[in-house]
Ligand binder design. Structure first.
Ligand SMILES: [Mn+2]
Length: 424
């Protein structure tokens, strides 16, 4: 299914009067609005291929119908999102779930939808049907060198697929760890993992980056071999200039100060990318901004401040991706909401009065500093995001248009009710 440009124009036309009134109001409130709009228009968030189908829990999965059955349909789904919001112009693939049969055909299809190939993701957290050795007790950390070699070879194969598609980065998330005390020698597990990562790193093209993603717990519940940002940074520093830490919001212990983590990683030049989601209890894969929007804003505030301090390009110098897939929503509606929440937090952090905040900090004006941040957080920037969309040819209200056009019903008609997205 394709969304006709006329449908978007009709939708915008019907809402334009109300939008103008709201935009004029915020335009008077905020200085330098043109500059902010340009940044919002340029900002793109990658969609992972596995977020397009309904996620499950270990108890059950309830597919919603019309889910993409192959890589082509996944790209088409992201094309729908990108047509509606013009902020989702990239896909992040997962190997072996998304191995292309024909690279050129896939590249052509993606280009038709104005979609780029973001980071490639390897998978050594589950066994594939044709796989020789099992990852039950880990992959790169494994006590058996043959299992480690199999995991290394897989990651190098992922890089090769990525080169064909024009991707420029590899994200390595390992589920390696242990479930019970005594199961693992921590130092040996770290060393094995480091040596494996070094071999993979050696296979990276010169213009590629490697992202080392950490997670505190799950599926292992006693120790994780890349468990926190300290461990990830150890690996990244030992690997070299092309290796970076990747921060996933849901991969921390409760109440971790993630804004401080991203600030220090940026200071060290070692933050590579960010995975967005939200949670109440753990790695809950909930819609971005649905539970803790203030935390999301505080993180974005440090990202913007830290990137500006290093004169980094907000759009190109970090990898931005949504990483969530859950059980009860239409995945495309969820992704539209997630992108909107990210854009709101980004816009709110762009309007923080940096000079005043700096002065308040230097004067130990604690209440004043808090006021400055909350002033931005409490500003309704939705008309600003909508204006950026309007100027890019996207919809003023993407979710409303998605529903008005009955996109899910169309997809069910095309693909059937009982489809299962590959990989899920
Ligand atoms: Mn992630």
């Amino acid at each position: 299914m394709l969304i006709n440009k006329n449908k978007i124009e009709d939708h915008n036309q019907a809402l334009i009067k109300e939008h103008k009134r709201k935009f004029d109001f915020i335009n008077e409130e905020i200085e330098g609005i043109e500059n902010i709009l340009q940044k919002l228009i340029a900002f793109q968030i990658a969609i992972p291929s596995w977020a397009l189908g309904t996620g499950g829990t270990r108890f059950a999965r309830f597919p919603g119908g019309g889910e993409p059955r192959n890589l082509e349909e996944k790209i088409e789904d992201i094309g729908l999102l990108h047509a509606l919001n013009k902020s989702s112009g990239a896909i992040s693939l997962h190997i072996p779930w998304d191995i292309p049969k024909d690279y050129n055909a896939i590249k052509k299809l993606a280009a038709q939808h104005d979609i780029k190939f973001d980071a490639m993701n390897s998978n050594t957290f589950q066994d594939q049907p044709d796989q020789k050795l099992s990852y039950k007790f880990g992959s790169l950390q494994h006590v058996n060198i043959e299992v480690r070699q199999q995991a290394i070879d897989h990651n190098i194969e992922v890089i090769k697929h990525g080169i064909q598609l024009g991707s420029k980065s590899l994200t390595v998330w390992l589920s390696d760890g242990s479930c019970f005390p005594g199961q693992l020698n921590f130092r040996k597990a770290f060393q094995n993992t480091l040596e494996g990562l070094q071999e993979i790193y050696a296979a990276l093209p010169s213009d590629w980056k490697m992202f080392v993603e950490y997670k505190a717990f799950e599926p292992n519940f006693y120790s994780t071999t890349v468990g926190d940002w300290g461990q990830s940074l150890l690996y990244a520093n030992k690997l070299g200039d092309k290796a970076f830490t990747l921060v996933d919001l849901g991969h921390h212990l409760p109440n971790a100060n993630i804004e401080q983590i991203v600030s220090l990683l940026l200071m060290e030049g070692k933050l590579g990318g960010f995975h967005f989601n939200d949670s109440k209890y753990g790695d809950d894969d909930l819609t971005v901004g649905s539970i803790k929007p203030y935390q999301l804003f505080l993180i974005f505030n440090e990202l913007v401040e830290g990137m500006d301090a290093k004169k980094m390009d907000h759009t190109k110098d970090l990898g931005w991706m949504i990483d969530a897939s859950h059980n009860v929503k239409d995945p495309l509606e969820d992704l539209l909401q997630s992108v909107e929440a990210i854009m709101i937090s980004y816009a709110q952090s762009l309007i923080v009065h940096r000079k005043k905040l700096n002065e308040a900090q230097n004067n130990n004006d604690v209440a004043g500093a808090q006021e400055i941040l909350q002033q931005s957080f409490r500003t309704d920037v939705r008309a600003l995001i909508a204006e950026a969309r309007l100027r890019s040819g996207a919809a003023l209200r993407p979710l409303q248009l998605y529903r008005d056009l009955k996109v899910r019903e169309e997809l069910i008609k095309e693909r059937g009710l009982k489809t299962i997205a590959t990989g899920l």
